[in-house]
Design a binder for this molecule. Sequence first.
Ligand code: SAM
Length: 247
Amino acid sequence: MSPLAMSGRRIVTSLVRHHSLTTELIANMDKKATWDRFYAESSSGTTAFKNFEWFFGFDAVRDFIMPLLQTKSHPDALLEVMDMGCGISALGPCIYRHSPLPVRVTCADISPIAVRLMQEHVQAKAIQPHNLSSQLEFVELDCTQLHKHYGCSSVDLIVDKGTTDALLRSKEGKGKASLMLKHCLKVLRSSGSLLQFSDEDPDARLLWLETEAQELGVKAADVGVQEVGELRGMTYYCYQVTPRPIV
Ligand SMILES: C[S@@+](CC[C@H](N)C(=O)[O-])C[C@H]1O[C@@H](n2cnc3c(N)ncnc32)[C@H](O)[C@@H]1O
């Protein structure tokens, strides 16, 4: 398997073996071209599509996500959910499949290759939602520009599995991670939440989130963390960011 088709952790582990290529890859995880290549390589040479999961799949985090989808924000509206930087993960389709309340799940990614692979996959698989009013869509979107897709205070839940991590670890990605957070806080309803699934230590991530949320000046935010668990010797966390309008 090429280094491009490895999980984030294995990429880091392979740093020693493939020093120059992997250093370049990790340094450029904020770039569209890096992910286009990654998804093109991971889907080439195989006829059957297979989801690729960064860190872990839906089952590891369903208990963090599904309780947040138990109350409608408006009686007639669908709950608006986004998987930010969805890649070819099954996370968004699983939320669509399992939510008892009607949801519109938008799986957004900067890579048109990932978006196309997922569109073809769900079309072929015809996934049935728990609630027949639910909707599932895949869009090519730079999530540092969320205002191009969403209005202010219009989203109930944003899930981010590894996307902010990828930006924060890139050479030129830190500003993009800040911008992404800023846009999340703008488009989230005051009752909404952003969940970041990450392997970054709380000492570092909580400080970053708290500092950024204050500096952004859009809205202050409450920030919390829970442990997801340990997998292959790594500890993973769920960071929950809840917008709080500035009074
Ligand atoms: C570490 S992968 C995680 C993929 C997926 N969430 C998962 O769990 O497998 C990061 C994803 O973020 C996407 N990405 C990077 N920058 C982005 C941006 N500015 N806007 C939207 N997606 C972006 C990449 O294309 C990639 O699919």
